[in-house]
Design a binder for this molecule. Structure first.
Ligand code: CBY
Length: 430
C-alpha cells in the first residue's frame, strides 16, 4: 500500500513542534557518577569557616538531592550562625544565598527565614543597591551578580520586588554586565535565572506588572542568552571553567531562545568532566557552583527537589598522607605593582607557591612599595589595597592580577606561580 503523500510533511511538522519544546538539558549519566567524586571530596573535606561559602554549598547539595545528614548539619550550623548574628554586615547577595540555602527543598529551616525576617531584610538590601545606583552613576553597592541573586531569592520565596524595576535595571547593555569591556558570563547567567523566575511569576499571575514588562524581560533574556553563546570556547566551555556551570543552568531554563544547533550541551559537559579530573574545581565554592548543572538541575528547582538516595557514595575523607620531607626547591619570579608607574622586583619563593606568597615576600622586602591588604572571600583572599590605594565599587576600581600581561582566571590564594613568570598587580577600572 502506498503512503499518502502528505504523511512525511505531517511527520516533519510534528518533529519540529516536539523539538522546539524539548529542554536542552544534558546531565552526567549514572555510569559516569564516579567522575564527580573529586567534587564531592572537595565539598566534604572543607572546613567551612565562611557562612556564604557554606550557603552556596548547602544550596547545591540540596538542589542536587545529595542525602548526607552529617554534611548538611555541619553546613546548616554555619549558615544559621550568620542568619542569627550578623545580617546587617552581610552584602545583599550573601543574604540572598543564605535565604535560598535555608529555603531550598521545603526543609524545616523555612521557619528560620520567617522568624528572622530574612525576606524583608533582603528587600531592604536590594533597595539599598538600587538607591546606590541612583546616587553613584549607576554603580550598585556590590555588583550585578549579587543583584541577580537578590531578585532570584525574592522571586523564589515570595518577597516583593517590582517587575518594572527588574526590566529596567537588567538591560543587557547595562555596564554592570561587563568588566573592562568583557561580558561577564557568570553575571549574565545569574541574571537569566532571575529574569526567568520573574517571567514565570508574571505569566502564572503570581505577580502583576505593566504591559511592557513581560516583553522587555523576554527580550533581555534572549539578548543575554546570545551573549553567553558568543562566549563559547572551542572546547565547549562557556566563558571559563568557573562560569560554565552557571551558564549551563541559564541555558537549561532558556531553551526557547536558542536553536538546539547553537549549543552542544554534551560537548560542554564532557569538557567540564575533563576539567574535574584535572583538579580545576578544587575549592568548595567552585565545586558547588558547577555541581547542579552536571546533574541537570538549576537554582530554579529549589521548590521542587527530588532526593537522590543511594546514587552517590559520599566519600569519607581520607587522612592526609604526609609526603617524606624533601629539601624545598626554590623558584624566582618577577613581580610588579602598576599604578601609573611600575614598581618592579625579583622574588624567590618555594616551588608550588601561590601568587599571594609572592606578594607577601615582596612586602617583606619593601613595605612602602609592596605593602597590601586583603579580605577573605568565598573564592579565597581578595586583594583590597596596595600601597594604601583602596579598591572601590563606587568608582569601579580594583586590583587586577596578571601574568605575562594577561588577567588571571584564579585569585591570589589559588594561582600557582612558575619559575621566571612575570606577575603583576595593576590598578584597574572595570
Ligand atoms: N559573588 C560575587 O559578588 C562575585 C561575582 C563575580 C562575577 C564572580 C567572579 C563570579 C562567581 N561565579 O562568583 C565577580 N568575580 C566579580 C563581581 C568581581 C568584581 C568584584 C567587585 C565588586 N564590586 O563586587 C571584580 C573587581 C571585577 C572582580 N570580580 C575581580 C576579580 C579579580 C580579583 C583580584 C583581587 N583583587 O584579588 C580576579 C582574580 C581577576 C583578575 N585577573 O584580577 C577575579 N575577580 C576572578 C579570577 C574571579 C573568578 C574566580 C575564579 C577562581 N577559581 O578563583 C570568578 C569565579 C569571580 C569570583 N572572579 Co571576580 C569569575 C570567573 O572566572 N568565572 C557573590 C557572593 C555572595 O559570593
Amino acid at each position: 500500500m502506498r503512503q499518502p503523500h502528505w504523511l512525511p510533511l505531517v511527520g516533519l511538522l510534528l518533529f519540529s513542534l516536539i523539538s522546539s519544546q524539548v529542554c536542552t538539558i544534558c546531565e552526567v549519566s549514572k555510569e559516569d557518577y564516579f567522575r564527580l567524586k573529586p567534587l564531592l571530596n572537595t565539598i566534604v573535606k572543607s572546613k567551612y569557616t565562611g557562612a556564604t561559602k557554606a550557603a552556596n554549598v548547602l544550596l547545591s547539595v540540596r538542589v542536587v538531592g545529595i542525602q548526607n545528614q552529617t554534611l548538611e548539619q555541619r553546613l546548616l550550623q554555619r549558615v544559621r550562625d550568620a542568619g542569627e548574628r550578623k545580617v546587617t554586615n552581610l552584602t545583599s547577595g550573601q543574604l540572598a544565598l543564605i535565604t535560598m540555602a535555608l529555603g531550598a527543598c521545603h526543609s524545616h529551616d523555612e521557619n528560620f527565614i520567617h522568624d528572622h525576617h530574612l525576606i524583608s531584610q533582603l528587600e531592604n538590601k536590594f533597595q539599598a543597591e538600587i538607591e546606590n545606583m541612583e546616587t553613584h552613576d549607576g554603580n550598585p553597592l556590590t555588583n550585578y551578580y549579587q543583584l541577580s541573586l537578590d531578585v532570584l531569592a525574592l522571586c523564589l520565596f515570595n518577597g516583593s520586588y517590582s517587575a518594572t524595576k527588574v526590566a529596567e535595571i537588567f538591560s543587557p547593555e547595562n555596564k554592570n554586565f561587563y568588566f573592562g569591556g568583557q561580558f561577564s558570563v557568570d553575571t549574565g547567567a545569574l541574571a537569566i535565572l532571575a529574569l526567568t523566575c520573574v517571567k514565570r511569576n508574571l505569566t502564572n499571575g503570581k505577580i502583576r506588572a505593566g504591559g511592557k514588562d513581560l516583553e522587555r524581560i523576554s527580550n533581555h533574556t534572549k539578548a543575554l542568552v546570545n551573549k553567553i553563546l558568543l562566549e563559547r570556547k572551542e572546547d565547549g566551555l562557556l566563558g571559563n571553567a568557573f562560569s560554565t556551570g552557571n551558564a549551563m543552568q541559564a541555558l537549561f531554563v532558556s531553551s526557547e531562545y536558542y536553536q538546539e544547533s547553537e549549543w552542544n550541551c554534551q560537548e560542554t559537559l564532557n569538557t567540564v568532566l575533563k576539567e574535574i579530573s584535572q583538579g580545576t574545581f578544587g575549592i568548595p565554592i567552585a565545586a558547588a557552583q558547577v555541581f547542579p548543572a552536571l546533574m541537570g538541575k538549576t537554582y530554579l528547582d529549589v521548590n521542587s527537589c527530588v532526593p537522590r538516595s543511594g546514587n552517590f557514595n559520599i566519600p569519607i575523607p581520607l587522612p592526609i598522607t604526609v609526603a617524606p620531607l624533601k629539601p624545598p626547591s626554590y623558584i624566582s619570579v618577577n613581580y610588579s605593582v602598576r599604578i601609573n608607574e611600575t614598581y618592579d622586583t625579583n622574588v624567590t619563593v618555594r616551588h608550588g607557591s601561590v601568587f599571594l606568597d609572592v606578594m607577601e615576600q615582596a612586602q617583606k622586602q619593601n613595605k612602602t612599595v609592596f605593602g597590601f591588604t586583603m579580605v577573605e572571600s568565598d573564592w579565597g583572599p581578595y586583594i583590597t589595597s596596595v600601597q594604601g590605594l583602596k579598591a572601590s565599587s563606587n568608582d569601579r576600581t580594583y586590583w587586577e592580577l596578571l601574568s605575562g600581561g594577561k588577567p588571571l582566571s584564579q585569585g591570589a590564594g589559588n594561582y600557582v606561580v612558575r619559575e621566571g613568570e612575570n606577575l603583576q598587580v595593576r590598578w584597574s577600572k572595570y
